[in-house]
Design a protein around this ligand. Structure first.
Ligand SMILES: [Zn+2]
Ligand SMILES: [Zn+2]
Length: 393
């Protein structure tokens, strides 16, 4: 007997009993149906023979406490939000033919991540270990999902390190209906089209196709009165907040992995990891290249020519830099150790780029002084350009 049989066949329907039937009711129903359809009482009736087989097969499972539990567990899995989400998650549109065995192949485009990437194969092999219905092993632990999120840090927080509360949103099972989508006090009922199997079989020539039931979208059950919390989907968006420590020197574009801070595992499985993509907001003064901070400082032509001492800000104070006489525009001065300080004590530098600015307006006195200066100054070195200019004159 294959696990596929268990999904496709409704043994309760075969015996004409409720899912909640007691073992006595099941036994009674089986005896009655077995008697009626027994080949000895219906010689030559192949229909009765089929019915007898079906009834016997159903009783072999439902008449055995252990197997019945396994069967119920598997069908509730397919009849619950778990399968509903899986059917959507793999992008299977309702009407596309697919075989249930795809679900057991593991190659069917990504297993349900609820089961930690091992997908259904692992899950079912653990349920059905023992071949012909031996001892049921409990489902193994499943690792929780990894979670990706993005956070924007202020420039200084990124340089110094910061602890921030992160609010994460993730799909979770609705607490009101425990994921079955039914209004509290009601239960989902078996889909009348597929009788709870979730799949319908269509014959075409010598092929037969199994496809998800269109009436219930492959869930096997339908919800008559929807849960008000999740509107019948069985899922809600859950938020949780956790404090995340960003180390000093974290950079824009960096991806931080926080082991075990993803979604919790199931049945004692390890939690997934949290991956935080860091964005760093620009600072109005400082830029950053690795562990070095950068700063542009305007100076006058006179300061560049004569030299000066410049007092410039750092992130946590000031530093005085010597501009030597005759410094060209664009020269970079380095203040050692005034950049990003790492946890291990190593620090980058502050790189100061000097920018000689030209005043748009000067006073009459300044203009007169400048004209005197110009007379005393040799012309700029443009001879290499003059030759080319002469070609056009
Ligand atoms: Zn159905
Ligand atoms: Zn709900």
């Amino acid at each position: 007997m294959s696990s596929k049989d268990w999904i496709e066949k409704d043994y309760y329907a075969a015996l004409g009993v409720e899912k909640s039937a007691s073992s006595d009711e099941i036994k009674k129903a089986y005896r009655k149906l077995a008697r009626e359809s027994h080949p000895d009482h219906n010689p030559g009736d192949t229909g009765a023979e089929e019915r007898f087989k079906t009834v016997s097969e159903a009783y072999a499972v439902l008449g055995d406490e252990k197997k019945r539990r396994e069967y119920d567990e598997m069908r509730s899995l397919f009849g619950s939000g778990a399968f509903r989400r899986n059917a959507r998650g793999t992008g299977q549109p309702g009407g596309v033919p697919f075989d249930v065995s795809d679900l057991f192949g593991g190659g069917a485009g990504g297993g349900d991540t609820r089961f930690g990437g091992g997908g259904f194969t692992d899950l079912f092999s653990s349920i059905f270990s023992g071949g012909g219905g031996g001892a049921a092993r409990p489902r193994g632990p499943a690792r929780g999902r990894d979670v990706e999120t993005e956070v924007a840090l202020d420039f200084e927080d990124a340089v110094r390190g910061v602890t921030l509360p992160l609010t994460l949103r993730a799909p979770g099972v609705c607490d009101t209906c425990h994921g079955n989508g039914a209004k509290p006090g009601t239960q989902p009922v078996a889909c009348p089209v597929c009788h709870g199997a979730g799949v319908t079989t269509r014959n075409q020539g010598s092929f037969s196709f199994s496809e998800p039931c269109r009436n219930c979208q492959g869930v096997g059950t339908i919800v008559e009165e929807k849960c008000p919390e999740c509107h019948g989907t069985g899922g809600v968006t859950k938020t949780r907040t956790l404090n995340v420590r960003f180390p000093a020197g974290v950079a824009d574009g960096q991806r931080i992995r926080l082991a075990g801070r993803g979604e919790p595992g199931e049945r004692g499985g390890a939690a997934g990891d949290l991956f935080v993509q860091v964005k760093v907001r620009p600072d109005e003064l400082f830029g950053r290249t690795g562990d070095d901070l950068t700063l542009n400082v305007p100076i006058t032509y006179a300061e560049a020519v004569l030299g000066t001492d410049l007092r410039v800000p750092t992130l946590d104070g000031t530093v005085t830099l010597r501009v030597p006489p005759g410094t060209p525009s664009g020269r970079v001065l380095r203040a050692r150790g005034k950049g990003v300080v790492r946890k291990d004590g190593r620090a980058g530098d502050l790189l100061v780029t000097l920018d000689v600015v030209v005043p748009a307006k000067v006073s009459d006195e300044a203009r007169a002084a400048l004209e005197t200066f110009a007379e005393q100054t040799p012309p700029a070195a443009r001879e290499h350009l003059d030759a080319r200019v002469r070609r056009f004159s």
